[in-house]
Design a protein around this ligand. Structure first.
Ligand SMILES: Cc1ncc(COP(=O)(O)O)c(C=O)c1O
Ligand SMILES: N[C@@H](CCOP(=O)(O)O)C(=O)O
Length: 462
């Protein structure tokens, strides 16, 4: 399996190189040269298998033999043994044809654990084999950061630098990151927003001279392994509901677009998916683009679903690459224009996207109303991100007969503010996080300036 850049000018890489590289040298993101397929028989054979076994089977073609089967199976089983639910990502039936896919049973209570528990182990495997050290730089709006720290902190070959927007993540999210006092973990609170943090991480990949030759690795969904691991739960949940002989739809709380893009990859692999509902908070660029062809930046708003407070959505580029028939020049032109002025998509690619994707945007007042309403109807307490998906599913689903799976991307205990504002008492943290709110914290506040961040990383790395 080779991987190519969405901007068409970087060299093709192997799986190992792609995992250890992050961004492509032409500024693009890596995608598989060909998307592997799952036959009807492959999908049928997955019914009743464990999550880890389905994960092994779905991901194997992407790894392309670069990790031997026995080792890869061990890495996968080990990664998912850290989840507190035996099913790893259980499906919870809310009503006759609406299901919640609970992706928050990992160590940090958000869907990011599904990929980052595995990515940490894959990185460890490749770096140990090469006898190399690497520096991780990641940007987080709250969840990727703690999941990356949790997934990678035991890897002796890695120093981990996580940039979060100062005072714009929830208290639980911040403490999950900043209370890890390990020598190889560095938290940076940026005086800016998530877009600033992500732009600095991407700029650091583009010019890595500040690291004097040490390898820089991505833990954001820039890294293909993140997407690959997220493809699995689309397959597992659809199979549980009758795929390949029954179509399903997914509603996905979206921002950086890695999650729903992984669903699209599952569809392209052969999963029968009727519809992807892209749910956004008030930062609605994805909704404006899909609904009105308005691909333009607006000022980032702080919302009750802070992990989705993102305007420049990294993985939308991967979907555009597919919609533009893998024309890297067209993608590069469009994204360069988008950086400086409002842009629009060409008619044909937009029509292609609209065949599978619909969208809906949910503001803060509605998030609170949905949390109350869903609890009244189903007894489930949704986190504010999941609430956007739940509402969007109900508003724009194509029909009531196709099972709708809303992705529950985080546990409500991470977002006490929204839960309290919705009129509920706080949600207790699980036992393994007891005492989190009293633990010592360590982080460094820096201005949103690339030089300051790079100087800090260069100085602190071991
Ligand atoms: C809880 C939660 N829900 C939804 C999202 C959006 O997912 P994506 O960025 O993959 O679109 C995020 C962060 O990205 C998140 O942390
Ligand atoms: N919501 C994310 C933002 C980063 O997204 P990623 O999928 O690219 O890592 C977060 O919680 O940090």
């Amino acid at each position: 399996m080779r991987y190519i850049s969405t901007r068409g000018q970087a060299p093709a890489l192997s799986f190992e190189e792609v995992v250890l590289t992050g961004m492509a040298s032409d500024g693009g993101l890596y995608v598989p040269e060909t998307i592997p397929t799952l036959s009807t028989e492959d999908l049928e054979a997955m019914a009743g298998l464990s999550y880890a076994e389905i994960a092994f089977r779905v991901m194997k073609p992407f790894v392309g033999g670069e990790i031997d089967d026995a080792t890869f199976r061990n890495l996968v089983e080990d990664a998912y043994s850290t989840f507190s639910h035996e099913a790893v990502v259980p499906l919870n039936q809310l009503s006759s044809n609406h299901f919640l896919l609970e992706l928050f049973h990992g160590p940090t209570l958000a869907f990011k654990d599904v990929a980052l528990q595995l990515l940490g182990r894959i990185l460890d495997h490749f770096l140990a084999k090469r006898g190399e050290r690497a520096v991780i730089m990641g940007a987080t709006s709250g969840d990727t950061g703690s999941a990356a720290i949790e997934g990678c902190r035991h890897c002796d070959n890695l120093d981990i630098f996580i940039l979060h927007p100062h005072k714009r993540v929830s208290e639980v999210q911040r403490r999950q990151m900043t209370s890890v006092l390990a020598d190889n973990v560095f938290n940076i609170a940026i005086e800016g927003d998530f877009d600033d943090a992500q732009a600095m991480v991407k700029a650091s990949f583009a010019d890595q001279t500040f690291l004097n030759g040490t390898r820089l690795v991505a833990v954001n969904s820039i890294n293909w392994a993140r997407i690959m691991a997220q493809v699995v739960y689309y397959v597992a949940s659809a199979v549980a509901l009758g795929a390949p002989h029954r179509e399903v739809s997914f509603s996905v709380p979206s921002a950086n677009f890695g999650n729903v893009f992984a669903g699209y990859v599952a569809y392209r692999m052969g999963l029968p998916v009727k519809q992807f509902v892209v749910a956004t908070n008030a930062n609605d660029i994805l909704h404006r683009t899909l609904a009105d062809n308005d691909f333009s930046k607006q000022a980032l708003k702080a919302t009750l679903a802070p992990s989705m407070d993102i305007v420049v959505s990294s993985n939308f580029e991967r979907l555009l690459f597919e919609a533009y028939d893998r024309d890297g020049d067209a993608v590069r032109d469009l994204l360069e224009r988008f950086q400086h002025e409002p842009a629009v998509l060409a008619e044909a690619p937009l029509a292609t996207l609209r065949e599978k994707f619909v969208s809906h945007s949910v503001d803060d007042d509605t998030i609170l109303e949905v949390i109350r309403d869903a609890h009244g109807r189903t007894k489930e307490l949704l986190d504010p991100h999941t609430a956007t998906g739940y509402r969007a599913a109900e508003r724009v689903r194509a029909d009531a007969s196709t099972p709708m799976i809303t992705l529950a991307t985080a546990h409500p205990a991470k977002f006490a503010d929204a839960v309290l504002q919705a009129g509920f008492e706080g949600v207790p943290l699980p036992a393994h996080m007891a005492g989190l709110l009293e633990r010592e914290e360590r982080y460094t506040v820096l201005p949103a300036e690339l030089e300051a961040v790079q100087a800090f990383v260069a100085e602190q790395r071991r």
